[in-house]
Unconditional design. Structure first.
Lengths: 113, 112
């Protein structure tokens, strides 16, 4: 079956702009995670959804970052007033339930000029 | 704060050599432990995981890892590496919640 998909695969934007990154999890997976991976680092947890609700958003770096999952499937990560330091690969993962194996998507490479 | 430390950032081995990648974590309670691998041009995928039971865990492609609670370690091993094992390997810990903490990764290059 289809894996986790993320769009766009690459996004280049200018400092100060707003961006949206989309994640389509594996069908039936109730748990969804967003991570950020900077060059030379491992993935850094941002937020976890169980169904439609954000069960843990403690990893969001500041209030410029926001994520939604209105119908418990597709999720969108929204970044306002982008800064050059936001440049990274944003990864999405989903799992059947919180304790299960996470399946990762290919990521969206965000570059803020 | 919880953290995961991977001792080597880059490892170069010849084919058939044995592999051991170190991983230590800081958390005193119950943990779930993982090793993920990212092959060139591919997604992160799970190699193996430890939740409970036998501390020696076997994963895909001949990899295994040993959980040593007293040392807060979860080292990855493979007796004989192949060129196709060239990849980046990440140790990760989930402790007391939903958050998974990843190490910085180890890039393995296997010379044919």
């Amino acid at each position: 079956g289809a894996g986790v998909s993320q769009t766009p695969s690459n996004k280049v934007t200018e400092k100060g702009k707003y961006v949206e990154l989309r994640c389509d999890p594996i069908s039936g997976h109730t748990a969804l995670y967003w991570y950020r991976q900077s060059l030379g680092q491992g993935p850094e947890f941002l937020i976890y959804f169980q169904g439609t609700g954000a069960a843990d958003d403690s990893g969001l770096p500041n209030d410029r970052f926001f994520a939604v999952r209105p119908e418990g499937s597709v999720s969108t990560l929204k970044i306002q007033r982008t800064e050059r330091g936001d440049s990274a690969v944003y990864l999405c993962a989903s799992s059947l339930a919180a304790a299960d194996t996470q399946y990762f998507g290919p990521g969206t490479r965000l570059t803020v000029l | 704060a919880q953290s995961v430390s991977q001792h080597n950032h880059h490892v170069i081995l010849s084919e058939a050599a044995s592999l051991e990648l170190g991983c230590n974590y800081s958390y005193g309670g119950t943990v779930n432990l993982f090793w993920y691998v990212q092959y060139p041009g591919q997604h992160l995928q799970l190699l193996l995981k430890y939740f409970s039971g036998d501390p020696l865990v076997k994963g895909i492609k001949g990899f295994e890892a040993e959980f040593i609670k007293s040392k807060f370690s979860f080292n990855l091993r493979k007796p004989s590496v192949q060129w196709s094992d060239t990849a980046e390997y990440f140790c990760a810990v989930k402790a007391g919640g939903f958050k998974t903490i990843f190490g910085a990764g180890t890039r393995l290059f296997v010379k044919a």
